[in-house]
Design a protein. Structure first.
Length: 166
């Protein structure tokens, strides 16, 4: 038996592009994400998702950089939980407040540069729906160790922001 999950969408946050709401981390922070068929990364503004309070967050040595026709971003990749709610399942409010699906140890990219936030319009990030290898991650483990970054993780973002990043 297969399960169908209906993910409510809106076109309010991204100038007509469709967005869906997911809930990230232990705090289940709601984020409105542009549904993007041309990328394969789930990426969010760090200010929209409170990574510093997420008890499920596991940092990695991976970083990503993605460029679009309208802008781009770079930042650390972390693992945390993603909860998806299906408001259409029932009219019972108590049942709607429970996640329909929770993905543990999911991959999420974070952007901390305010200038790069413009890439997402009024949305909190993007939900890439394209094939897996479209947006590559880069393992910076050796570089971080050479630079004596301790612990050798990309989150919190260990690189100095330039004046053009903020």
């Amino acid at each position: 038996m297969s399960t169908v999950l209906k993910l409510p969408i809106t076109n309010v946050y991204a100038k007509g592009d469709y967005c869906a709401t997911l809930h990230l981390g232990s705090e289940k922070s709601p984020v409105n994400l542009i549904i993007d068929s041309g990328s394969s990364t789930l990426v969010v503004k760090e200010t929209s998702y409170q990574a510093s309070t997420d008890k499920h967050l596991t940092p990695t040595t991976i970083a990503q950089e993605v460029n679009y026709g309208i802008g781009g971003w770079n930042g650390p990749v972390i693992h945390s939980s993603i909860s998806i709610y299906d408001d259409s399942i029932t009219e019972d409010r108590a049942k709607r407040s429970q996640p329909c699906i929770t993905l543990e140890n999911a991959t999420i990219a974070l952007v901390s540069s305010e200038k790069q936030y413009a890439t997402f319009g009024l949305a909190d990030g993007m939900l890439g729906m394209a094939y897996h290898h479209l947006n590559k991650g880069f393992n910076l483990s050796d570089y971080l160790q050479e630079q004596k970054v301790a612990p050798a993780h990309t989150y919190p973002w260990p690189f100095i922001k330039s004046s053009t990043d903020s």
